[in-house]
Design a protein around this ligand. Structure first.
Ligand code: BGC
Length: 502
């Protein structure tokens, strides 16, 4: 690269595209991962308390979320961080068992309500909008009869009950909806259903491969839709809020040229993302999902499809239940059809008949699944635009894991590169993205990986009794982006060294 090209490139990067004025930047966390206070002041145990206490060895470093970042005792500290870093919004979740210890809404824990009121009021006093996930981390007392899935082997009988969640959502809207205007019903239903109820990799660790996931999915879609309709009818006019669901989307790229590869990538997108968004934006399951699961279920001698059917009324109930599309995006995969001779990775849903992988040459984070592919961000946003008619999108998570370095150049480069692609998607492709939240505010309990994978823009040491939050280089870099509305890859905050280019 010659001198003139380099100068032009730097000038472009510094003075290039800028984020629209109305575009909002935020920070995301989740209750179990940060709050701690697991049994404080009337909180009931939830499925993650039970899971980590019952199976401590399932967590890489034998830790749990009992204290986590101690955010339960650090409302003022957390809001101050958000204020200093110039957050427009804070995406956090409610712990069901903190406000309803048994799950039942007749039994309210005043201290839980006090805690969330304090947080919401302080955020608003600092001009930070609360974006709230209602969340499905269930109180343990509730779990045996929660009805997320039904009896093994009976996919279409003993229909699960979504109404428990709706009662809970109703109370939550009435308690906090005067101040919270953006609601997310569920975060990452694919992960809840695949890992929680099919392969059992996370709490509650239920294994019913190829059955539990689809029953859970059906319940969650109906629960989401009922909560949306309830809000629409009972609260919307008064509270004037917006409600949606957040889905995790990987970008699936064809592994090679040709129709079978393109189809393999498309099938993967439909199974992971279309599973939720097709019923909401188009009505019913993606045809490719319905066709494949029906075919395989018949081959496997099931009398009925493992993918339970919606009734006509349920399809109608679900269709149109999103004021925005919540998107969590981190990484990409390359996909091929199994018919091409590839062997399926055990992580893939066998019903897809597709295998996807990440080349080892791709740069990775501390988490094995995070390969740095900023180009995939622009592609998934464009796919959403085309597939669902350019809906309003709120990016509710995007981030990078390392081991907790303060000079976190890999994260700095990740943010600069992913945000550049986001800006391209908005400015050059016309994608209707309204905001972006980084995962995550501070290092926190990363589920099965404990604290061995750090996603925070603030460092937090779980052995420090004070749980101090220390800004990493990326915190200053993102702050500068929020302040200037531009990406400046040359920006080096005081006290840090310039990062090598990505
Ligand atoms: C989840 C977070 C998790 C993050 C990193 C997201 O998909 O919502 O809870 O910590 O991924 O694994």
């Amino acid at each position: 690269m010659n001198f003139i090209t380099l100068t032009l490139l730097l000038v472009y990067q510094v003075h290039g595209l800028s984020f629209p004025k109305c575009f909002k930047f935020g920070f995301a966390t989740a209750s179990y991962q940060i709050e701690g206070g697991w049994n404080a002041s009337g909180k009931g145990p939830n499925i993650w308390d039970w899971y980590t206490h019952t199976y401590p060895t399932r967590i890489a470093d034998l830790t749990n979320g009992d204290v986590a970042c101690d955010s339960y005792h650090k409302v003022a500290t957390d809001v101050k961080l958000l204020k200093n870093i110039k957050a427009d919004f804070y995406r956090f979740s409610i712990s069901w068992a903190r406000i309803f210890p048994t799950g039942q809404t007749n039994n309210i824990n005043p201290d839980g309500v006090r805690y969330y009121n304090e947080l919401i009021n302080l955020l608003l006093a600092n001009n930070i909008k609360p974006v709230r996930i209602i969340s499905l981390i269930m109180p343990i007392k509730y779990f045996p009869y929660s009805g997320i899935v039904s009896k093994p082997g009976s996919p279409s009988t003993n229909l699960p009950k979504s109404d428990y969640f709706v009662d809970y959502a109703d109370k939550v809207f009435s308690l906090f909806g005067d101040r919270v205007k953006t609601w997310i019903t569920f975060n990452e239903p694919s992960q809840i259903c695949e890992f929680g109820y099919s392969n059992g990799a996370i709490a509650p660790g239920y294994t019913q491969l190829g059955i539990g996931n689809y029953m859970c999915g059906r319940t969650l879609l109906i629960a989401h839709a009922k909560a949306y309709r309830l809000y629409e009818k009972k609260y919307k006019q008064l509270q004037k809020g917006f409600i949606g669901m957040t889905v995790h989307a990987v970008w699936f790229e064809p592994a090679a040229e040709g129709k079978t590869y393109a189809e393999a990538a498309e099938i993967s997108l439909q199974f992971m993302f279309g599973w939720w968004e097709h019923p909401i934006y188009k009505g019913g399951y993606p045809p490719v999902m319905r066709k494949r699961i029906n075919y395989l279920s018949a081959q496997q001698n099931f009398t009925k499809s493992r993918l339970p059917y919606f009734t006509k009324d349920e399809i109608k109930l679900i269709k149109g239940t999103a004021d925005f599309l919540g998107l969590n995006h981190y990484t990409s995969f390359l996909c091929s059809a199994l018919d091409s001779g590839a062997v399926q990775s055990p992580l893939m849903n066998p019903d897809t008949n597709v295998t996807c992988y990440q080349p080892s040459s791709w740069k990775r984070g501390a988490s094995i699944w995070i390969k740095v592919t900023p180009w995939g961000f622009r592609k998934i946003l464009n796919w959403i635009k085309k597939e669902y008619g350019n809906p309003k999108v709120l990016v509710t998570e995007n981030g990078y894991s390392d081991k907790g370095e303060l000079q976190d150049c890999n994260r700095v480069n990740f943010l600069n590169d992913y945000l550049t692609e986001l800006l391209n998607a908005i400015k050059k492709d016309g994608c209707n993205v309204q905001g972006y939240a980084v995962w995550t505010l501070m290092d926190n309990f990363e589920w099965g990986s404990g604290y061995t994978e750090r996603f925070g823009l603030f460092y937090m040491n779980p052995s420090d009794p004070n749980r101090a939050r220390i800004p990493k280089m990326s915190a200053y870099v993102l702050r500068n982006i929020i302040k200037t509305r531009k990406i400046d890859t040359t920006f080096t905050p005081q006290g840090f060294k310039a990062c090598p280019a990505s």
